[in-house]
Design a protein around this ligand. Structure first.
Ligand code: PEP
Ligand code: MN
Length: 355
């Protein structure tokens, strides 16, 4: 259930409501209010409430209205917000603003990892020239083996800052630890939470509380169900950051031919379940650069709001994920072809997601 607070409610009326909600939900912590859609709201699991409790809550003078939500995720649900969320990124740190979830798909591209200044700046200029709108690059890399390249850390953030200054492209980079959210938010236009951290709840909360207004791109966990993924997004929103972007990057299966299995059916399904923008990552989903162009086109045809692609000036020498990295020339072609597909489909308006 979502309780919408009357904007004119005074502090006494609010306190009365909070006391009631704490009591009926058995909460030991103070109940948090979130600003969303220009309204102050409180999301609660009301499955343990009886009918009379719901009526009592709705009759509180601080309450404008109650929205019943059946799913365990509340604030990110389509039932709460019927219109698609669109998120403006890149306006805080001097980059050129980009809208994710608007009428045209956004291509995010760049190396898996920031390796050095020349590699990043060469790639950034190539991404811009190819029509990419946002630069990606990992400064802190979550690697499966402790002996693999772990990223340049803070130095990588400085290089991303340089690349934004030189090209005007907003940047996205991964944050792996809750303590680092504030630092990464000083440099990144979008914070990425990687697949391996999708259920790192302290990190999700920190991204909700300390990201200084930066949007968060939440990648689907290696073997996460769609409900688990939406609940992870709910953590970020419930902690105070409504600007969450979902990223499908493939899920684990038994076949070793591809790195993961790209679950494209999740795109139209998510459209029914949530108002959050959806990005697809065909690079990590397939793990093979020759499959990336086709799956990029398919993702946009399925209605994704954009793509995140790994690009390297010389993929065979990449320190990380070279096998799935495409060249700038291939990126240019993907930008052109996906743009044409989006045009033919008439943007999101041309795709029907109705149940
Ligand atoms: C990445 O984007 O480089 C990355 C590590 O992705 P994922 O978390 O999806 O594996
Ligand atoms: Mn990668």
């Amino acid at each position: 259930m979502i309780t919408i607070i009357r904007s004119s409610a005074n502090s006494e009326e609010r306190a009365q409501l909070m006391n009631l909600l704490c009591r009926v939900s058995g909460s030991q912590r103070p109940i948090a209010t979130i600003k969303m859609n220009g309204q102050e709201v409180i999301a609660l699991d009301d499955s343990i409430f009886d009918a009379q409790t719901r009526i009592t809550i709705s009759q509180q003078s601080a309450v404008e209205r109650i929205v019943p939500i059946k799913t365990p995720y509340k604030l990110v649900s389509r039932a709460f917000k019927a219109q698609d969320s669109s998120i403006v990124v890149g306006d805080a740190l001097g980059g050129r603003p980009v809208v994710i979830g608007g009428t045209s798909p956004v291509i995010i591209a760049g190396p898996c990892a920031v390796e050095n200044k020349e590699q990043l700046l060469t790639t950034a200029h190539a991404v811009k020239a190819a029509g990419g709108r946002i630069l990606r690059g990992g400064a802190f890399k979550p690697r499966t083996s402790p002996y693999q390249f772990q990223g340049l850390g803070i130095e990588g953030l400085h290089l991303l800052d340089d690349a934004r200054r030189e090209t005007g492209l907003p940047v996205i980079t991964e944050v792996m630890e809750s303590e680092m959210v504030e630092t990464v938010a000083q440099y990144a236009d979008i914070l990425q939470i990687g697949s391996r951290n999708m259920q790192n709840f302290p990190l999700l909360r920190a991204a909700g509380q300390n990201s200084q207004g930066r949007p968060v791109m939440l990648k689907r966990g290696l073997a996460a169900t769609i409900e688990e993924w939406l609940l992870a997004a709910e953590y970020i929103v419930a902690a105070g950051n409504p600007n969450v972007i979902l990223c499908e990057r493939g899920i684990r299966s038994y076949d070793t031919q591809t790195r993961n299995v790209l679950d494209l059916s999740c795109v139209p399904l998510l459209r029914e379940l949530t108002h959050l923008p959806i990005i697809v990552d065909p690079s990590h989903a397939t793990g093979r650069r020759e499959l990336v162009p086709t799956m990029s086109r398919a993702s946009i045809a399925a209605g994704a709001d954009g793509l995140i692609l790994e690009v390297h000036p010389d993929p065979n020498t990449a320190l990380c994920d070279g096998r799935q990295s495409i060249t700038p020339e291939e990126l240019q072609r993907i930008v052109r072809e996906t743009g044409l597909i989006a045009q033919v489909l008439g943007g999101k308006a041309g795709l029907s997601y109705a149940a």
